[in-house]
Design a protein around this ligand. Structure first.
Ligand code: DX5
Ligand code: ZN
Length: 224
């Protein structure tokens, strides 16, 4: 199943609940929440209070993408605030297996994120533990960047591994995924599509989401 994870980084923060409702009417089934600490990435965004504020205004699962140096320190706080999914970057987790265990222990679905330069094969041993793998198709830190095509081979490689290993983790893609790039990521095998600047725009969010999902579904490989 193809899902749109609307990235609130591109929303109008002064009207966040309205923007979230518009994305949901347009068919978004996940809210992607970018957590940036100014160290792992050169930008800062939200903490647990944002997740706590969102929790009562939407039924959609909250997908926290942890762009922070030390995700272990924040697992409990985000879980308590109401996060449903949490993905951590491979590049900062010295004890990735333990971090994933902690995410599960706190009742969230675990994911691992790969920067553009990080190979898929670094995850082979933990793939059976994962609900999802997030393939970055930009260098993390900012919305509105240009899609990096090198993500396509990584998505396809993950889809092959999933098949070979008999697993069912989801493949999420994040960065520059828009109306003109969504077909290729779906064809490569991605099924959780993060989109921020392609979706949120004053008065157009609902329609943007509908159009995006239509293009994504049209590109879905036929089920045999
Ligand atoms: C980038 C973030 C993305 C960002 C995507 O570091 O992880 O989730 O919101 O924005 P767009 O869809 O505009 O590329
Ligand atoms: Zn993200």
């Amino acid at each position: 199943m193809i899902e749109l994870a609307a990235s609130i980084l591109a929303s109008d923060f002064a009207h966040l609940a309205d923007d979230v409702a518009a994305a949901e009417r347009g068919g978004a089934t996940i809210l992607h929440v970018d957590i940036m600490d100014g160290h792992f990435v050169p930008n800062i965004t939200f903490g647990p209070p944002m997740v706590k504020a969102l929790r009562p205004v939407t039924k959609l699962p909250l997908d926290c993408h942890m762009m922070v140096e030390n995700p272990d320190a924040f697992i409990a706080d985000f879980a308590e605030a109401g996060a449903d999914l949490m993905s951590v970057h491979q590049e900062v987790c010295r004890h990735l297996h333990r971090t994933l265990q902690q995410i599960v222990h706190h009742g969230m679905l675990p994911g691992v994120v790969l920067n553009p330069a990080t190979p898929v094969d670094t995850l082979i041993e933990v793939l059976p533990m994962l609900h999802y793998v997030l393939v970055m198709s930009v260098n993390p830190g900012f919305g509105g960047q240009k899609f990096l095509p090198l993500a396509l081979d990584k998505i396809a490689h993950l889809a092959e591994l999933r098949e070979e290993m008999g697993l069912n983790f989801r493949i999420e893609v994040d960065g520059g995924v828009a109306h003109d790039t969504v077909a290729q990521v779906v064809e490569a095998g991605a099924d959780m599509l993060v989109a921020g600047s392609a979706i949120f725009a004053p008065g157009k969010t609902e329609q943007n989401a509908k159009d995006f999902l239509k293009l994504a579904r049209a590109a879905t490989p036929a089920q045999l």
